[in-house]
Design a protein around this ligand. Structure first.
Ligand code: PAF
Length: 288
C-alpha cells in the first residue's frame, strides 16, 4: 500500500494507474475509520482495479461551534483497516503547507445550490460548501472512475452525485448501504462520544426508521403518513432533541410532488437528525 501526504504526488500515482489502463476507485474519508468505511473500501475493491483512500479531517466543513479539534483521530488503526480491506493507496491530507489539500492562497469554493439547503443545510451553515469543495478537489486530483460514499450521509452523497455531473468530474458516485451495529445504530465516528445512556436514547432513531420500513413493506405508500409515524416514534424518546424528521423526494430532497412513493422515480428518503446529549446523529432509510 502506497502512502502519500502530498496531494500532487498522490495525483501522480493515480495518473500512473489510469495510464496503465487500470480502473480507479476513490473512498474519501475523514479517518477514524469504522466498519462502514471499511465496507466502502471493500466495495471499491470489488469494483475497481486499484483503490485509493483519502483521510483528511476537512476544516472547511466544520462550523465555528463544531467539533474540529475534538474530531477523533486514529491513524494507526486507520492504516491497518485500509491495508486489510484492500486499499492500494492511502492519502493523508494535510491542511496547510506544500502539497496540502488547500494550496496557499486558496480562494475557490464549490456550492451545490438547492441540494445543500434543506435538512442538514439548515442546521450546519457552510457545511456542504466545505464538503463540496474538498470532494471536488479530491475528484480533480485522483480523477477516479468511481467514488464511494455511505448512505448514512444521504444528502452529502446526493449532492456529490450532482457536483460530479455538473462539474464534469467523470466519476460515477456510488452510494453504499449504511452499516449498523447489532443494536441497529448506524455506524458513525461520532458514536464513540455517546454515553451508555445516550446510546439507549439514540436507538429510538433506527427503531423509528425500521418501523417505517415495515409499514411501507406492508403497503403504506404515502410519504406524509410515514413521516408522521417516524415523528411519533421519535417523540416516545423525549430525551432526544430532534432537529428534523422528514420524508422527501430522494431525487431532489424536496417535499414529494405526489403523496405516493411508487410514483417517484428515485423513491423517498426518510431522514432524521437528532442530538443525544451533545452528539449529533443522522440516519435515514431510502424507500424505493
Ligand atoms: O463523509 C465524510 O467523511 C466527509 O464529509 C467527506 C466526504 C470525506 C468530505 O470531507
Amino acid at each position: 500500500m502506497k502512502e502519500f501526504t502530498d496531494l500532487r504526488e498522490a495525483a501522480r500515482w493515480a495518473d500512473r494507474m489510469r495510464a496503465a489502463g487500470l480502473s480507479l476507485g476513490l473512498v474519501p474519508t475523514m479517518g477514524a475509520l469504522h466498519a462502514g468505511h471499511l465496507a466502502l473500501i471493500r466495495r471499491a475493491r470489488s469494483e475497481c482495479d486499484r483503490v485509493a483512500v483519502s483521510l483528511f479531517v476537512n476544516p472547511a466543513q466544520f462550523g465555528p461551534q463544531e467539533d474540529l479539534s475534538m474530531y477523533p483521530r486514529t491513524p494507526a488503526e486507520d492504516r491497518a483497516g485500509c491495508r486489510d480491506s484492500g486499499a492500494d493507496c492511502l492519502f493523508w491530507g494535510q491542511p496547510e503547507g506544500s502539497g496540502s489539500v488547500y494550496p496557499p492562497g486558496f480562494q475557490t469554493w464549490v456550492e451545490v445550490d438547492r441540494l445543500s439547503k434543506p435538512l442538514c443545510g439548515e442546521f450546519r451553515p457552510g457545511h456542504f460548501r466545505g464538503v463540496a469543495t474538498v470532494v471536488s478537489i479530491l475528484l480533480g486530483a485522483f480523477k477516479p472512475h468511481r467514488a464511494f460514499f455511505g448512505q448514512k450521509d444521504f444528502q452529502q452523497a446526493r449532492l456529490i452525485q450532482r457536483l460530479a455531473l455538473d462539474l464534469a468530474k467523470g466519476a460515477e458516485v456510488v452510494i453504499v448501504p449504511t452499516v449498523r451495529d447489532a443494536d441497529g445504530l448506524a455506524l458513525s465516528s461520532r458514536n464513540r462520544y455517546l454515553s451508555t445512556e445516550e446510546r439507549q436514547w439514540a436507538l429510538a432513531i433506527p427503531r423509528a426508521l425500521a418501523e417505517a420500513e415495515r409499514r411501507w413493506e406492508a403497503g403504506e405508500d404515502r410519504p406524509s403518513e410515514l413521516e408522521k409515524g417516524v415523528r411519533a416514534a421519535l417523540a416516545a424518546e423525549p430525551r432526544l432533541v430532534i432537529q428534523y424528521a422528514r420524508a422527501l423526494d430522494a431525487e431532489n430532497l424536496q417535499p414529494a410532488a405526489v403523496d405516493r412513493i411508487a410514483a417517484l422515480p428515485s423513491g423517498v428518503v426518510l431522514a432524521v437528525a437528532a442530538l443525544a446529549g451533545k452528539t449529533r446523529l443522522i440516519d435515514n432509510t431510502w424507500l424505493k
